[in-house]
Structures are given as C-alpha cells and as structure tokens.
Design a protein around this ligand. Structure first.
Ligand code: SOE
Length: 385
C-alpha cells in the first residue's frame, strides 16, 4: 500500500493529539494510503527522544529547516505555537510538502495571506486544524442548516470560555505574550468560534469589539514546565502580559445575520466551554463541546403541542464519521476530531480533492480577528473588504 510519511514539528499538547490521530486513522478508517510516523522534530533532544519513542516516530530532527527538506517526508505537521507557523509552513510548501497545521493559522492576517498564497502556488494540500468542525454533532448542525430546517439564520451566539489563567500566579507563558501568541483569547479561542460561524452561518462583513486585560504582570515561567495548563513559575521575577485576557465581539454576516462572540480564559468553572447557538426562521440549534456527542434542536415544524428543544445523541451510523467507531450511544471524545482531520487530509491527498478548513479559511478568519482587535483599539466598527 502507498505510504504518506509524516514529519511533525512540536511535541507537546498538540504533538500528542496529532501523533494519536496519525496512529488511529488507519486502524479505524479504510484509507488508500498508510500514514507513517516518520520524523519528529523539536529543539530539545531529551524530551524529543522520549516523545518519539513513546509515540513510535522512526527518526528525530532538532532543526525544522532540515525536517521540511527531507526526501522521506510527504506531509509536514505543524504542531507549534502560532508564532512559528508562518516560517515553517512556507518553507514546507516551497519544498512541496502537504501541510497539516494547528490553529490559529498565523500571528496576523498578513502572515496568513502569505501562507495561503505560498501554499496555493506550491499546489500542495493545506489543512488547518480547527478540530471542532470535525465533531459529528457539529456536522449534524451543518446538515440541518443545509437541509433548510433552520430556515433563514437570524443569530449566531458563540461563547468560548475557559479558566486556566484566571489565577494571577499562573506564569507568563508564550500564550500571554504578543510576539509569540499574536493575541489572547481572540486568536486562541475566537479563532475556533469564527471558524465555526463561517462554516455554519457564512462570511462576516463587519465587526465591533471590546477587549480587556485583567492581570498586567505575571511571574516568569519555568522554561522546562511550559505545559499549557499547569506551567510552573521560576523565582520571583515578573513580566508584562501583552495580550488581552478577554475579547468580546459583535458581528454582522453577509447574509444579514447578527452574531456575538465571547472569548475569555477568566471564567472560573468553565474548562473548555465551546458553546454556540444558532437561531433561524424555522428552528434553532445549540451545541456545547463539553456535551460534544449531543446537539439540541428546536423545530417550528413540529406540531405545536410537541414543540421544545430535543437532544439528539449524534452517535448513530448516519452521523458523519461515527460508522467507523462504536455502536450507537458509545460516545466519542476530543481526540476523535483530530483523527477525523488526519483521515480527511490523507484522503484529500490521495484523491486529489479539496479539504476544509484550509489556509484560505485561516486567512479569512484571521482577517475577522484582526478587524476585531482594531475595533477594540479604536472603539469603532470595522467593515471587512
Ligand atoms: C487553550 O486555550 C486551548 O488548548 C486552545 O489553544 C485550543 O485550541 C482549544 O481547543 C482548547 O484550549
């Protein structure tokens, strides 16, 4: 069987999620090409070797420039902080490698546009991993919308709320510095919500936003313990936080719908509350990632005496991706979305078909997110081109 050899850059949270996806994809799905965990790349040799041996990567490389040029790599998997996406993805595209890239696509719209243009010029497949699009319940939401069951969409209401930096003693990790993260929850969390809103509702035409920073200074992190949710501090030195702590945005869509987006990492009790509601002329949809196997659906077409939100457990074989997993009611989880992304990219390469979201979607989302930050700065509504 044909092989598609992966070279992954990055070995932390996303490195693990992606490795698991490449391993599971051919076990649960019929593929025309077998993914091979060929090379893992990271700057620090010891943890890199441990990662490679735990997940079964055949080789290691400590310089990403060498990795992207290797003849034994067909797909470069960018599992890095966003400040590194631009350079790695562009070099990989120029070397003719297909791309599986973490979100948000880049630090800003300009970088994202360059990445999209280079990827298109190179003629490679480029996939941007907004994993929540590949949740079967979200696919069901899309299906209900496409079938016309929601009718004309009036409202998008999105909230992506977390709490992992609410403690002021949480250190100044890369997520809290503009040069490494680009922005705070606007890029980290609203990028997911904007992607879902573009997928389900349509293109956004203007935004108006407010952002807020609650904690100005934080202790410096212990470099070895830079893990996302439990990073440790070193000493008593502090540094300035340079991104927002919360970003709230209103939006108008090209089809006339109105939307709201709330993103914060200061919501105690909310762990990974990725939530949206869609209201239309014929019905409504509600999704809560922490109940990711379920979709709430209300239909005006139900008999009047039986109207009310119903909970659909999206674990039947008719629900996208599910037939490859377990029997009905045997629920799936976060990591399955990554497997679906890996499967879809491998198939897109083999069948030479398009895949979404891709760098175009990342560029469009980044345009909206940047416009939101500009609006927050100037206090004015910003129209998109
Ligand atoms: C941290 O906020 C984070 O890991 C995001 O970076 C991810 O994109 C999101 O899926 C979960 O939370």
């Amino acid at each position: 069987m044909k092989e598609l050899r992966i070279g992954i850059v990055g070995y932390k949270f996303m490195g693990k999620a992606h490795s698991n996806a490449w391993i599971k994809a051919p076990r649960f799905f019929d593929l025309d090409a077998q993914p091979v965990l060929q090379v893992a790349c990271g700057r620090h040799e010891k943890p890199l070797k441990e990662f490679a041996s735990r997940w079964g990567w055949r080789h290691t490389e400590t310089d990403w420039k060498k990795l992207v040029r290797r003849d034994d790599v067909d797909i470069v998997d960018v599992a890095l902080p966003q400040s590194l996406h631009h350079d790695v993805a562009i070099e990989a595209a120029r070397a003719g490698k297909h791309l599986f890239c973490e979100k948000p696509l880049a630090l800003n719209h300009e970088q994202a546009r360059e990445m999209y243009e280079e990827a298109e010029k190179a003629g490679i497949k480029h996939y941007l991993n907004h994993n929540y699009r590949r949740c079967p319940a979200v696919r069901l939401a899309k299906r209900l919308i496409d079938e016309g069951r929601i009718g004309r969409i009036y409202h998008w209401r999105g909230a992506y709320l977390q709490s992992w930096i609410a403690d002021p003693s949480f250190p100044l990790t890369w997520h809290l510095r503009k040069e490494t993260a680009g922005s705070g929850p606007q890029g980290d969390l609203n990028s997911h919500s904007v992607d879902l809103a573009r997928y389900l509702v349509g293109e956004i035409s203007s935004v108006s936003a407010m952002t807020k920073r609650f904690i100005e200074e934080r202790p410096l992190p212990d470099e070895e313990a830079a893990g996302t949710f439990k990073a440790a501090t070193k000493g008593t030195d502090t540094g300035k936080v340079t991104v927002e702590d919360a970003a709230f945005m209103l939006a108008e869509f090209e089809n006339g719908a109105l939307g709201s987006f709330e993103a914060t990492r200061f919501a105690p009790g909310r762990k990974n509350y990725n939530y949206f509601e869609i209201y239309g002329s014929k019905g409504s949809i509600l999704f809560d990632f922490e109940r990711m196997n379920e979709l709430q659906f209300y239909s005006n077409e139900d008999p009047e005496h039986a109207r009310g939100f119903r909970t659909i457990l999206a674990t039947e074989p008719v629900h996208e991706y599910i037939a490859n997993w377990w029997p009905p009611g045997h629920v799936i989880g976060y990591e399955h979305e990554f497997v679906h992304g890996a499967v879809d990219l491998l198939n897109a390469i083999e069948k030479n078909e398009p895949i979404e979201p891709n760098f175009y979607d990342g560029m469009k989302a980044m345009e909206v997110l940047d416009a939101g930050l500009r609006s927050a700065e100037t206090g004015k509504r910003v129209d998109l081109a």
